[in-house]
Design a protein around this ligand. Structure first.
Ligand code: PMP
Length: 438
C-alpha cells in the first residue's frame, strides 16, 4: 500500500505497516503479523493498549462534554487532573498547566520561565542552557533547545539562544580510571563556567532530561549530579527545568524520575505517559514561586492552545493516574524493571556487540558496540540502529533504537520501555525475541 499524496508518515519514501488492532502488549498489522510492544510505542503506552478503565473514563467523558474551550469554561475533569498532579508532585510543585503533548509542554515551560523574569522587569534574560545529545521536542523552540544537530540542521537559524554543555553520560564520557565524583564535579564546573561566561543576568534557566531518553538511550545521571545542578541554579538565580516527557509518570519507578535524585526543579514538562497513548496530552508543573510571580504581576500566563485542558484527554490521563495508584504500578515498575534488567544481563552481558546495559525502572537500554570489551561505536554509515529495529520487527518485537552521530558523538543503542503491566513471562519473551533480532 503506497499513498504518495499523504504526509501522515514522515518518511516520504515508504509506508509503514498498518496497525489494525492493539491489546495489552500486542499490536497486529493488516498483514496479520503480531508484534510484542517492548517500547510502549516511544515510551508512551505505560498501561499497554486497550486498558478497560481508561476506555471507560474516556467514553463517560465523551458523553458528558467532549470539548470546552478554556476561554469560556474549565471542566471538573481537568480540575481534578490538575489537583491530582499537584498533589502527587513533590515539594511545592503545586500548579499544573495542561497542554496537548510533550513538545507543547516544553514550549510552555520555556515561555513560563521567560515570563517569570519579564514579570520582574528582567527582559535581558534571553538564554537557556541545555545539554548536548538531548531531545526536547520538534517544535521550533523545543528543537532549538534540543542537542541533536541532525534534527536541527534543516531549520537553522533557530528561534532561541541556547548555550550547550556536556551531557552526564558516564559510559561514553567518563575517562577510564576517573572517579565518578570527579567526573560529576567536572560537569558541574563546566555548567558553572558557562553560566558565568554568559553572565547569570542573561540566563533564564537550565533544562535537562532527568534520564536521557531517545538520543542516548536511558542514560541516568550520576549520583549527586542534579543536586549540584539545583545548587548552581539557586546560586545564580536561574530556573531549573526538568524534561520528564519520557522518563516521568512512573516510567522509572517513581512518579517523577528526579525524586530519585533528591531535587525539586522549578518547572517540569510532562507528556507521553501522562496520556499513556490514549489521548495526546502534556503538562507543565510549576512551583509556587513561579506562579506567585505571575499572579503578582500581569496575572495571566501569556500562552494557550485551542486544545489545552481537553476534557477527554484529561479523563484519560486521570484514569491512567488512578490505575497506576490502584494497581501499585510504581512498585511493579521497580520490581519488574529490576527483573527485566537481570534478564537482559543474563542474555546479553556476553553478547559480542552489547557494551552496556543501563537505565532506571522500565526505561532501559542496550548500547551497541563493535566489540564487547571496547566501547568503539559502529560506523554511523552502517545505521546499525535502523537495522536492529527492522530485524526485531521481523522477529515480532517493537523496540526503539537510535544512534549514528548525535551532536558529535557516535553510538547506537536500543531503548526498551515496555508497558508497566508487562508480566515476567512477557519480559522473557521480549528478551528472547531481542536476542533473535540482535
Ligand atoms: N521531550 C522528551 C524527553 C521526549 O522524549 C519527547 C518525545 N520523544 C519530547 C520532549 C517531545 O514530545 P512530543 O513528541 O509528544 O511532542
Amino acid at each position: 500500500m503506497h499513498h504518495p499524496t499523504h504526509l501522515i508518515h514522515r518518511d516520504l519514501r515508504r509506508t509503514p505497516p498498518v496497525a489494525v488492532c492493539a491489546f495489552g502488549l500486542q499490536v497486529r498489522d493488516s498483514a496479520g503479523n503480531t508484534y510484542l510492544d517492548a517500547s510502549g510505542g516511544a515510551a508512551v503506552s505505560s498501561l499497554g493498549h486497550g486498558h478497560p478503565d481508561v476506555l471507560a473514563a474516556m467514553q463517560a467523558q465523551l458523553k458528558v462534554a467532549a470539548y470546552a474551550h478554556t476561554s469560556f469554561f474549565t471542566t471538573e475533569v481537568a480540575e481534578e487532573l490538575g489537583d491530582r498532579l499537584a498533589q502527587d508532585a513533590p515539594g511545592d510543585l503545586n500548579h499544573a498547566y495542561l497542554v496537548s503533548g510533550g513538545s507543547e509542554a516544553v514550549e510552555a515551560a520555556l515561555k513560563l520561565a521567560r515570563q517569570y523574569f519579564v514579570e520582574n522587569g528582567e527582559t535581558q534574560r534571553r538564554v537557556f542552557i541545555a545539554r548536548r545529545q538531548s531531545y526536547h521536542g520538534n517544535t521550533l523552540g523545543a528543537l532549538a533547545l534540543g542537542g541533536n544537530e541532525y534534527r536541527r540542521r534543516h531549520f537553522e537559524p533557530l528561534l532561541m539562544d541556547v548555550a550547550r554543555v556536556s551531557p552526564c553520560f558516564e559510559y561514553r564520557e567518563r575517562r577510564a580510571g576517573q572517579d565518578v565524583h570527579e567526573y560529576t564535579a567536572n560537569l558541574l564546573q563546566e555548567l558553572e563556567t558557562k553560566i558565568i561566561d554568559l553572565g547569570p543576568q542573561h540566563v533564564i534557566g537550565f533544562c535537562a532530561e532527568t534520564v536521557v531518553g531517545a538520543t542516548s538511550g536511558a542514560v541516568p545521571p550520576t549520583p549527586g549530579y542534579f543536586k549540584g545542578v539545583r545548587a548552581l541554579c539557586d546560586k545564580y538565580g536561574i530556573l531549573m527545568i526538568a524534561d520528564e516527557v519520557m522518563c516521568g509518570m512512573g516510567r522509572t519507578g517513581t512518579l517523577y524520575a528526579f525524586e530519585q535524585d533528591g531535587v525539586v526543579p522549578d518547572l517540569v514538562a510532562l507528556g507521553k505517559g501522562l496520556g499513556a497513548g490514549y489521548q495526546p496530552i502534556g503538562a507543565v508543573i510549576a512551583r509556587d514561586h513561579v506562579v506567585q510571580r505571575l499572579r503578582a504581576g500581569s496575572g495571566v500566563f501569556q500562552h494557550g492552545h485551542t486544545y489545552v485542558g481537553h476534557p477527554v484527554a484529561a479523563a484519560a490521563a486521570l484514569a491512567v493516574q488512578k490505575v497506576i495508584r490502584r494497581d501499585c504500578l510504581l512498585g511493579a515498575v521497580t520490581v519488574r524493571g529490576a527483573a527485566f534488567r537481570r534478564m537482559l544481563r543474563e542474555a546479553f552481558a556476553m553478547h559480542p556487540h552489547v557494551g552496556d546495559i543501563r537505565g532506571r525502572g522500565m526505561l532501559l537500554a542496550l548500547e551497541l558496540v563493535q566489540e564487547r570489551d571496547g566501547k568503539r561505536p559502529f560506523d554511523p554509515d552502517l545505521q546499525v540502529h535502523a537495522a536492529v529495529k527492522e530485524a526485531c520487527l521481523e522477529c515480532g518485537l517493537m523496540v526503539y533504537p537510535m544512534g549514528g552521530t548525535i551532536d558529535g558523538r557516535r553510538g547506537d543503542h536500543v531503548l526498551l520501555a515496555p508497558p508497566f503491566i508487562a508480566t515476567e513471562a512477557d519480559l522473557q519473551q521480549i528478551v528472547a525475541r531481542l536476542a533473535d533480532g540482535l
